[in-house]
Design a protein around this ligand. Structure first.
Ligand code: GMT
Length: 399
């Protein structure tokens, strides 16, 4: 198949999932065309054959109300379809990506509807952006008009149905992780640099948006450090980083909290930490937790959103009420107190990834979905046969 993938390319779970999906689809023989405003960072570090990148260049001009990225993206989709004849455009994040795809489809020859639109909802596109009154009707339209819609967890599916009163079918296809890349004991392991005196390493990785509750991470750490020697490693950057650093100063633990900012190779930190701390207000899935589990890290997280679909409490980590930093600290101590237990939990965490979230299990679910939308609503080729090959499409002239 020829598949277009539209995503946010910078640090963030939806972009990572989209990029990894494209890479694995290409490795399975599909032709994949990424469209975004910059090269997705994981693609830049791990290029594969059969993957093409098309940069969307928007326009800023004084008289224009704001950046017209959604329209520039629609134009790019038109051009890529004209050049390469895509079967599917798979958009990650409903707004504005799905709308741009519909716009592009209308701009192409209407009679033959040249490609199908698959929309994957990742979380904040529903819980924050889609729910906002200024975007609500168009987010609902994006969901209803897509040829197929997926969510990354059952929780997000239920939220979408509840929030938008959606009647259409929604497929749940969870996040996945490359276990060759994310594993224990990678070199160069950073343990001796992060914890030079053999302290335990608590790790948090996120974009430090309010939903991640980064100050809770510091609260949890301060409680843990009262009991055992430990350091806290904070990877990533975002609006709550300064507040978290301030809280570390107030709690007098700042000298053992390391804010490392954005890092490309997060697996190097995950592969040598002792516990992953993830106290989010909610996560539609929690990709970072899954990546940590692949690195045999027990995860202590809030029991919000889709996290209970990822973490099996008592076996692969622990869940606590969102905001209950006392309980989360107690759970972290429980993990760290018994090295044997921590290792067992870590091994179980990786096993759980193997059992449920391997690319080999998840990518075929997307392939089956693509086949289904192409089959169910195959465009009628000019000669009356039901051809769906890209070569048979007719595109409007002069666009
Ligand atoms: O909000 C974020 O953390 C980024 C966001 C995104 O869209 O990039 O992540 C969401 O999508 C990920 C991939 O499907 C999920 O694993 C994350 O749980 C989800 N984040 C939230 O729901 C807050």
């Amino acid at each position: 198949m020829k598949i277009g993938i539209v995503c946010y390319p910078t640090y963030g779970g939806s972009g990572v999932v989209a990029t990894e999906l494209g890479r694995f689809l290409a490795l399975r023989g599909h032709e994949v065309h990424f469209m975004s405003f910059t090269l997705p960072f994981r693609l830049a570090h791990d290029p594969v054959d059969n993957v093409f990148f098309h940069e969307v260049q928007s326009l800023r001009y004084d008289v224009l109300p704001s950046d017209l990225y959604g329209i520039a993206l629609a134009s790019k989709i038109v051009q890529v379809v004209q050049m390469h004849g895509l079967d599917i455009v798979h958009v990650h994040y409903a707004v504005p990506h799905a709308i741009s795809a519909f716009m592009a489809r209308s701009a192409l020859d209407k009679q033959y509807h040249p490609f199908k639109v698959v929309t994957t909802l990742h979380g904040t596109d529903i819980t924050l952006v889609g729910r906002a009154p200024s975007f609500f009707p168009i987010a609902a339209y994006a969901i209803n008009q897509s040829d197929a819609v997926t969510t990354v967890s059952n929780w997000l599916k239920d939220e979408t149905i509840r929030e938008f009163g959606i009647k259409r079918p929604i497929d749940v296809i969870p996040n996945f992780v490359d276990v060759e890349k994310f594993r224990r004991g990678l070199t160069p392991c950073k343990k001796s640099r992060l914890a030079p005196h053999g302290e335990k390493i608590l790790l948090h990785i996120s974009n430090f948006r309010p939903v991640k509750r980064a100050t809770d991470v510091v609260e949890i750490y301060a409680r843990v450090r009262e009991k055992i020697p430990a350091v806290l490693v904070m990877v990533g950057d975002g609006p709550e980083r300064d507040n978290a650093a301030q809280r570390a100063r107030e709690l007098h633990v700042e000298e053992s909290v390391k804010f490392l900012g954005k890092q490309d190779n997060i697996e190097l930190f995950m592969s040598c930490a002792d516990v992953f701390v993830f106290p989010s207000e909610y996560e539609s899935f929690g990709l970072a937790a899954l990546e940590a589990m692949a690195c045999e890290l027990p995860v202590v997280a809030s029991n919000a959103g889709g996290l209970p679909e990822v973490i099996d409490p008592g076996r692969t980590g622990f869940l606590a009420e969102m905001g209950n930093v006392d309980e989360m600290a107690a759970r972290v101590l429980e993990v760290l107190a018994d090295g044997e237990r921590a290792s067992t939990m870590g091994r179980e965490a990786r096993k759980s990834v193997h059992d449920q979230f391997l690319p080999e299990a998840i990518i075929p679910q997307y392939e089956d979905l693509y086949q289904r939308v192409l089959r169910d609503t195959a465009p009628v080729a000019p000669n009356g046969t039901n051809g769906i090959g890209a070569d048979e499409y007719i595109y409007a002239d002069g666009i």
